[in-house]
Design a protein around this ligand. Structure first.
Ligand code: SF4
Length: 472
């Protein structure tokens, strides 16, 4: 996952670009980068696993000079890259996933293309995109040609001498929003970056739309397509509570998810709580609809942790995450509670630590509620889980069927006995009193977009790349 930010300003822009990019820190935790254009291009890339984006770049922005720039936080490729091409020098950053990276790279290598950057031992995806862009008649055409070439998703920012080209993914899987502040323009993956820095959102790019942002304003250079499959998980988990996409606020969706869980399955409980932070909105919605208090059964202890220390191994990261969550005995002791969580991915953290802490603090009953259906497929567009075996629902199926894909269609049917057995297996593993998952149609209704405008692949396994969706 990655988050993008770009600025075109009348003034010196590195500092505002740094803050704008930093507001995307929830979308990437491995690498951060900035490219700024003044008299010349300047680029910096840092490891941000041991410190926040703004901490890592605070010294650089004192030295960088320019009125236009792009920034990115990323979990994979080092970016932005500076590309010397037949269109001149430019900087490029992207969010998404190139599912057919190896095949595309092989095709280009066979034609004599040379790759100089590497990423995780392979070809850097940003450099691959640049080689695809090279095939267009101009930069905008090149960006559009990326849409046709890749399997996966890609929203991109390209900085050249004329400004920034902002290109939203072909099916709008991830958002890009433009904001104005006086003569200055910012484009960002997250609307909160704009709003928090005093920019007024003026345009959300449509699917596949490409916009040129310059000192003269912004203009559309490729019209948006009709078909859209924006990531539904943005509202459920990945998005920041104050953000909105397609004009629909994240927190409101989470509250409606909580309310939908009550309508399907009210439970007698003393209170509702959420696993912080992303379960909080769902918990508030549940409490409000059920007419019971929302209370903070779990709180996060962040001072001293935050982003100032992120260990390199998964087990050490789990350890830190577990230390950050604390049960509040005064709230929990003797209580029957509904505990809302955005989703249950692996379930190990919940089972081994979070729920254990609530029992230890004296909980009487724990009714676990997940705001989305069981995650059944790894994301193939670069926005969430990457491995099938990580998913607790698949581990349940393997335990029940002897194979992770055994009888899969039956487990996908929310009304089947197999689905019920899978949920019961997960309930036992989590050691909770009851467990219910949101139904897919309730989740879609809570978001409020038609089902055929959303990507729901990780729950349904129904591929919805542009090849499946068909021509616009
Ligand atoms: S597969 Fe899931 S996480 Fe990935 S884009 Fe689709 S809805 Fe989002």
């Amino acid at each position: 996952m990655s988050g993008l930010c770009g600025v075109v300003s009348r003034e010196h822009c590195p500092e505002i670009l740094m803050f704008g990019t930093d507001y995307h820190s929830h979308l990437g935790s491995q690498l951060g980068g900035m490219a700024v254009l003044g008299e010349r291009f300047e680029k910096k890339i840092h490891d941000i696993t041991q410190g926040s984006f703004k901490f890592r770049f605070s010294k650089d922005v004192q030295e960088m000079v320019g009125t236009m720039g792009i920034g990115v936080v990323s979990d994979s490729d080092a970016q932005p890259l500076l590309i010397r091409s037949r269109f001149g020098l430019y900087a490029l950053a992207m969010t998404g996933l190139i599912g057919n990276k190896d095949a595309l790279a092989r095709e280009l290598l066979d034609r004599g293309t040379v790759f100089t950057e590497s990423s995780e031992g392979g070809i850097n995806g940003i450099e691959l995109l640049a080689r695809l862009i090279d095939r267009g008649g101009d930069l905008a055409e090149g960006l559009a040609s990326v849409y046709d070439a890749i399997e996966g998703a890609a929203s991109m920012l390209l900085l050249d001498n004329d400004g920034i080209l902002a290109a939203r993914d072909r099916l709008g899987r991830s958002p890009l929003i433009i904001g104005e502040r006086g003569d200055d323009l910012m484009v960002a993956s997250e609307s909160i970056a704009l709003i928090s820095l005093g920019f007024t959102p003026v345009k959300e790019l449509g699917p596949g739309e490409i916009v040129r942002i310059s000192h003269d304003g912004y203009r559309v250079v490729r019209a948006p397509a009709q078909a859209m499959r924006i990531c539904a998980f943005l509202w459920i988990y990945t998005g920041y509570p104050a953000a909105s996409y397609e004009g629909i606020g994240v927190e409101g969706v989470r509250e409606r998810c909580g309310a939908a869980l009550v309508r399907r399955d009210p439970v007698q409980a003393d209170l509702a709580a959420g696993v912080p932070d992303s379960g909080t909105g769902h918990g508030i919605g549940y409490a409000s609809a059920a007419g019971i208090p929302f209370r903070r059964a779990l709180v996060k202890y962040t001072p001293g942790y935050g982003r100032s220390y992120i260990p390199s191994s998964q087990s050490a990261r789990d350890h830190v995450a577990r230390m950050k969550l604390i049960a509040v005995p005064e709230v929990v002791r003797g209580a029957s509670m509904v505990l809302c969580e955005d989703s249950i991915v692996r379930g190990t953290q919940l089972a081994n630590h979070t729920i254990q802490k609530l029992w230890s603090a004296g909980a009487r009953e724990i009714h676990m509620r997940a705001a989305c259906p069981p995650l059944m497929f790894p994301c193939r567009y670069g926005f969430s889980t990457r491995a099938l075996e990580e998913l607790v629902a698949r581990r349940a199926i393997r335990s029940l069927e002897g194979d992770m894909s055994g009888n899969l269609e039956r487990y996908l049917d929310e009304d089947s006995p197999e689905h019920a057995r899978m949920v019961e297996w997960i309930r036992t593993m989590l050691k909770v009193t009851t467990l219910r998952y949101q139904r897919l149609d309730d989740m879609i209704a809570a978001i409020g977009l038609p089902a055929d405008r959303l990507c729901t692949y990780c729950w349904t396994g129904k591929a919805c790349g542009y090849r499946e969706v068909g021509p616009d």
